[in-house]
Design a protein around this ligand. Structure first.
Ligand code: 2HG
Ligand code: ZN
Length: 479
């Protein structure tokens, strides 16, 4: 792939103006490294179009010069999905200036948002209109709609409302040749062949640039109740979730598993945090149940359900919104606390929900036995069968561990996941971090289909190269 010529850079600068084009090192530096500081790249320029027409023209210019583009929103990828390679040939295409909510229609329960709308801003706007966009994650203050779409983001409310695939009604995107696909439809039924919207969701920017999405809204929350629960085992945790669902149905919106070790990390590194329960427990669950405006509060049902049976070792119900937020802060700070603590390898994995408790315990024992000194930190979305099976380096190890012994740990974890019929990427995508493991374990049919789709839509390979789609094996390359 080519570096942009001076003439191409001049054309882009003229098209986008000083707010939309920079080659200044200081301005570009924050966007050349991922959130975790694991991947570092270089770029020939950072472009930030303000409209879909500017995106389309910029893509057309880049396509004519064979110049790679790396789309970027909030730069919160966990897998290096928005970081360019080291060649310095790519342009970062930031969507952050496209941050308008074009419409928010409470009657239709739809919000049309540009790609750069920050998730927390969408939450606020929906709430002001008596609605809710029911997808939430720790990075909500920076993550943008385009990135959420492009990674099929999940988070802490998937249990009830599903991930982005379920919440996106349609998208608008600039395809690799610069043409504009307008799929911002309000149609609930549409059978015109392949579903391009679904194809672009989770494509990690490899098939084009998502410029806007039409997102489904649900009724605003009237009342919520948040509980912190102490438990002995992940088996008990999943059994409790099923009990709560039996008693409370769809009111249970979140059920997050937190081991004592993860809580300890948060308490050690995140200022102002306190343990919710007096005693230590091997495992904890953060539970949230909610009801729409006008419906009875779910609190009595949750209190009763937690009090029944033997599963719960101890539990506390948040007495105020502030306490509920404090419980959530504990959960949402795990990634930050783990980062501050030292090197770790992350494995964002899934297995069938009923298999997860057993997998979790057995895989942790196997990894800790085979790699002495490492510490498994497995937490997250138990009800979705998606756990962040992270493995912390032995105490005192430096960051070099990640690429060395850490890579062997990952290899082992992914083998265990694959043997259990699971996925090596449940939530964060493949990016550049998992490309090698995806090539190894993705399966011939899946990988061939991915490469064929990529080749058909982006034959020059300019869209986010080096992410998601592993190059074909060498033998096929030579043919
Ligand atoms: C979460 O669920 C995020 O908190 C981050 O997906 C997970 O840090 C991680 O591995
Ligand atoms: Zn997660």
């Amino acid at each position: 792939m080519a570096a942009p010529s001076p003439a191409l850079l001049d054309s882009l600068a003229a098209l986008l103006g000083p707010k939309g084009f920079t080659r200044d090192c200081d301005a570009m530096t924050p966007w050349l490294t991922d959130w975790r500081g694991r991947f570092h790249g270089r770029a020939a320029a950072l472009i930030a179009p303000a409209t879909r027409e500017e995106v389309a023209q910029a893509v057309r210019l880049c396509a004519s010069g064979g110049v790679p583009l790396v789309p970027q929103g909030g730069n919160t990828s966990m897998v290096g999905g928005a970081t360019p390679d080291a060649s310095g040939h790519a342009l970062i295409l930031s969507l952050r200036r496209m941050n308008r909510i074009r419409s928010l229609d409470p009657e239709a329960n739809l919000a049309v948002c540009e790609a750069g709308v920050v998730l927390a801003n969408l939450h606020e706007a929906a709430q002001a209109a008596g609605r809710r966009f029911p997808l939430s994650l720790a990075a909500k203050g920076s993550a943008t709609v385009g990135g959420l779409v492009s990674t099929n983001a999940g988070g802490t409310q998937v249990l009830r409302f599903g991930n982005m695939r379920r919440l996106v009604q349609g998208i608008e995107a600039v395809l690799p040749d610069g043409s504009l696909f307008d799929g911002l439809t309000a149609l609930r039924k549409d059978n015109r062949g392949y579903d391009l919207t679904q194809l672009m969701i989770g494509a990690e920017g490899t098939l084009g640039i998502v410029t806007a999405a039409s997102l489904k809204l649900v009724p605003a929350i009237g009342s919520r109740v948040v509980a912190w629960v102490g438990l002995a085992t992940p088996v008990a945790a999943l059994a409790l979730l099923r009990q709560l669902e039996d008693r409370m149905g769809g009111a249970v919106e979140s059920f997050e598993l937190v081991p004592q070790g993860a809580l300890d990390l948060v308490l050690a590194h995140i200022p102002g945090t306190r343990p919710p329960l007096a005693r230590r427990h091997e495992w904890h669950a953060l539970v949230e149940a909610a009801a729409p405006v006008g419906a009875p509060s779910p609190e009595p049902a949750l209190v009763e359900a937690l009090g029944a049976g033997e599963l719960v070792e101890d539990a506390v119900i948040a007495a105020s919104e502030a306490q509920a937020d404090a419980f959530w802060r504990l959960r949402e700070s795990i990634a930050e606390a783990e980062k501050q603590d030292g090197p770790a390898v992350k494995h964002d994995i899934s297995v069938a929900v009923p298999d997860m408790p057993g997998f979790l315990v057995e895989a942790a024992a196997a990894v800790e036995r085979d790699f002495p000194g490492v510490r498994v930190n497995a937490f997250g979305h138990l009800g979705d069968g998606n756990i962040h099976f992270n493995v912390r380096a032995p105490a005192g190890t430096d960051a070099g561990w990640i690429e060395g012994a850490g890579a062997e740990v990952s290899h082992r974890v992914y083998d265990l996941v694959t043997a259990a019929g699971g996925s090596i990427s449940a939530e964060h995508g493949i990016g550049q971090m998992k490309l090698g493991e995806f090539a190894r374990l993705g399966g011939a049919a899946r990988l061939a289909a991915l490469r064929a789709i990529k080749g058909a839509l982006d034959p020059a390979g300019i869209m986010n190269p080096g992410k998601l789609v592993p190059p074909p094996p060498l033998a096929e390359n030579r043919r």
